[in-house]
Design a protein around this ligand. Structure first.
Ligand code: KIV
Length: 269
């Protein structure tokens, strides 16, 4: 049984925040250790992103991340949360092959992982499946713009919506996801003016990442904002700490203390 309890946030919080004009705060987490540290009540939602494959697994893309891995990480995060809403990413092709498979896979993230909602990348191509998931009681967050599972067809991480046809398509996709019953949509690297327009036109809240300040909320990868992931730093990331440097310093201090005989001291035996 997951530790997610009745006191954890529900998706209705998202609607309330949008109605009141209060920003929604979202962060990723991949294990119980960080989930506990981030779950103080200030973070509305924790996303177990398939970014786990890149951040913790050392992969070059999110494509090889499996459903079993997502279930495992979601279960770990659920043990560390009692406040924030827990959302789990549906990994590559776990929602696209058939609606039946999507139902079974999303069901595992809720039943075995303890998630309260799932996130699915894509627009009109997945909207019928999303409607079916929502029908059976599985809350779904959409994800548009740069959708990393489609990186090979997108051809890169450039900002989306800079061209007229692309912008029109993104707005249509957002409306289709709202129609399908999504409770919120992540907009990743969408041109800020377009993200602002989508945010105005939708009843459901948008969560931005690299899409400007006018979205209804923001999400960042925890390892990025903590300064732990150092392979590359997208322009939209602000580092709120430099934990990578702190870890290296601590490891070096520990090694020196062991070698010098300073650790353990008489009190530490
Ligand atoms: O996988 C992930 O962490 C994500 C966020 C960056 C939105 O999809």
């Amino acid at each position: 049984m997951s530790k997610q309890s009745a006191s954890a946030a529900s998706i209705t919080l998202f609607a309330r925040r949008k109605k009141k004009g209060e920003k929604i705060v979202m962060l990723t987490a991949y294990d119980a250790l960080f989930a506990r540290l981030q779950d103080g009540g200030e973070v509305d939602a924790i996303l177990v992103g398939d970014s786990v494959g890149m951040v913790q697994g050392g992969l070059p893309t999110t494509i090889p991340v499996t459903l079993d891995e997502m279930v495992y990480h979601t279960r770990m995060v659920s043990r560390g949360l009692s406040h924030s809403l827990l959302i789990a990413d549906m990994p590559f092709l776990s929602a696209q092959v058939s609606t039946e498979e999507a139902l079974r896979n999303a069901g595992r993230l809720l039943a075995e992982g303890g998630a309260a909602a799932v996130k699915i990348e894509g627009g009109q191509a997945v909207s019928r499946t999303i409607a079916r998931l929502v029908d059976v009681g599985i809350p779904v967050m959409g994800h548009l713009g740069v959708i990393p599972q489609s990186i090979h067809s997108l051809g890169g991480y450039r900002t989306r919506g800079t061209r007229r046809t692309e912008a029109d398509r993104l707005l249509e996709d957002a409306l289709a996801l709202q129609e399908a019953g999504c409770f919120s949509i992540v907009l990743e690297k969408v041109k800020p003016e377009l993200a602002a327009r989508i945010t105005r036109e939708l009843r459901i809240p948008t969560i931005g990442i690299g899409s400007g300040a006018d979205c209804d909320g923001q999400v960042l990868v925890n390892a990025d904002m903590l300064g732990l992931f150092e392979d590359f730093q997208p322009r939209f990331v602000r580092r709120f700490a430099e934990l990578g440097q702190a870890v290296r310093q601590a490891v070096s201090d520990y090694a020196a203390a062991v070698r010098s005989g300073d650790f353990p001291s008489a009190d530490e035996q």
